[in-house]
Design a protein around this ligand. Structure first.
Ligand code: FAD
Length: 397
């Protein structure tokens, strides 16, 4: 969209249009600028959401014909900056300091805000993960620059926005190149497209597991630049004495290729034992759950899939006794294949599952376990699904 099409929706004097809604301050609006990803790692362990953000950021930057920047803070980061280039960044800014080894809000906020202020032009968009760190850091940066921030986005895009005066429809403000920060809203029943182009950077955090990383390209070229670190005494109000990392047993939901998930239809916490037997038919499998059963204490929270749990996209998702409420669906609908087992033929999950099995989990699952074990050739058990597994047992829905 050519920039010339941008018209300020102001009265001739530049004053507020009488009787209209309050005037938006356009003095800092700019459709220009690069896209920035703020990388996240835990003691040098790069978090997957960073690569996902680079994948999404690359699409936005290409759409605007701009560069994709990435900033990473830490100490002795080794090959990490290079890895960020291989996953899509054009320029990686590295802030290396002993005091940045571990994430702390104030030092990280200081370095990132100083860095942004030092750039000749503010980035158009700044993206962080909707992780504990991203949710802590993003609002601090947004507040410092008095810019907007959309939390927990599931889609990102670039496009125009037309602001029409309610009093005089001929007064139109056309904003090209706005960040469309899209997220489920109203109990996940609607998708809201949230715009805040009045000031750059337009900021968003994005749910882990939603965006798709680019494949690693070891030949990709990019620049690595050092960022000055000027920390102040007041940045050290918090002292970290010790770090205790909880190691969860088994495969993490986000990494699993097959997820067998249970809901209230299991009737009891013991039902998960049957699900584990089914999950054991596959390599790299994990157990998921609906919120209802997590709230009942049948299974710990780290297994919860959905709006207030994890977003997953495995090769295969087997939903057992789960109704398919929208809050659950948003966390698993991007799975490559969904199989649902539910005794109610009208359960909403059958509306979006690839294969539906109507019946009691306690009758169906033992049969499925038997069939999957028989169908397995011991290599990639997920490849056997369509030709020999579920359809052979019950037929496609
Ligand atoms: C703000 C908010 C956030 C939320 N976040 C999440 C979230 O992150 N994740 C999430 O999952 N939910 C979330 N929820 C809750 C969500 O709305 C649903 O209540 C929940 O997903 C329902 O769980 P369920 O499918 O296990 O239970 P139910 O809706 O009770 O469904 C049970 C299903 O099991 C079937 N069934 C019963 N017995 C059997 C049997 N023997 N064999 C086979 N099928 C059987 C029934 O037909 C039914 O369809 C959220 C809700 C709100 C308001």
């Amino acid at each position: 969209m050519p920039e010339e099409q941008y018209i300020e929706p102001k009265g001739e004097s530049g004053a507020e249009v009488a009787g209209d809604e309050p005037l938006i301050d356009l003095s800092q609006f700019s459709p220009k600028g690069d896209v920035l990803v703020i990388a996240e790692h835990i003691l040098g362990d790069l978090q997957p959401v960073t690569l996902e953000l680079l994948g999404a950021g690359r699409i936005l930057a290409d759409k605007m014909e701009k560069n994709l920047l990435c900033i990473v803070l830490g100490h002795n980061l080794g090959e990490m900056p290079r890895l960020l280039i291989e996953h899509g960044a054009d320029t990686v800014y590295v802030a290396d300091h002993e005091e940045l080894k571990l994430y702390r809000t104030l030092p990280y906020r200081r370095v990132i805000c100083d860095f942004l202020e030092s750039l000749p032009e503010a980035p158009h968009t700044a993206l962080l993960g909707s992780t504990t760190t991203g949710r802590d850091l993003a609002p601090r940066i947004a507040a410092h620059f008095e810019t907007g921030l959309t939390a927990d986005t599931t889609e990102l895009d670039i496009g125009p926005y037309e602001h029409k005066s309610k009093v005089d429809p001929t007064k139109i403000g056309l904003y090209p190149n706005c960040l469309y920060a899209i997220r489920p809203s109203f109990g996940e029943s609607l998708k809201a497209r949230i715009l805040g182009p009045w000031k750059n950077p337009q900021m968003a955090t994005t749910r882990p597991g939603v965006m798709v990383p680019l494949p690693r390209d070891s030949k990709r070229k990019g620049e690595i630049k050092q960022v000055p670190v000027n920390l102040k005494e007041e940045d050290f109000r918090l002292k970290v004495k010790d770090i205790v990392r909880e190691v969860s047993k088994g495969v993490k939901l986000a990494d699993a290729e097959v997820i067998v998930a249970g809901g209230f239809g299991l009737g009891t916490a013991e039902g998960f034992e049957l699900l584990k037997q089914l999950a054991d038919c596959f390599e790299n499998s994990a157990i998921g759950a609906s919120r209802k059963v997590v709230d009942l204490g049948w299974i710990p929270y780290q297994h919860q899939v959905g709006q207030t749990g994890k977003t997953v996209r495995p090769k295969l998702y087997i939903a057992c006794g789960i109704s398919g409420a929208i809050q659950h669906r948003v966390g698993m609908s991007k799975s490559a294949t969904i199989i649902a087992v539910n005794k109610d033929p009208d359960a909403p999950i059958f509306g979006f599952a690839d294969h539906g099995i109507v019946g009691d989990v306690y009758q169906i699952l033992p049969e499925l376990i038997k069939q999957f074990k028989a169908a397995q050739d011991g290599k990639d058990s997920t490849q056997n699904l369509d030709n020999s597994g579920v359809k052979a047992v019950v037929g496609a829905h």
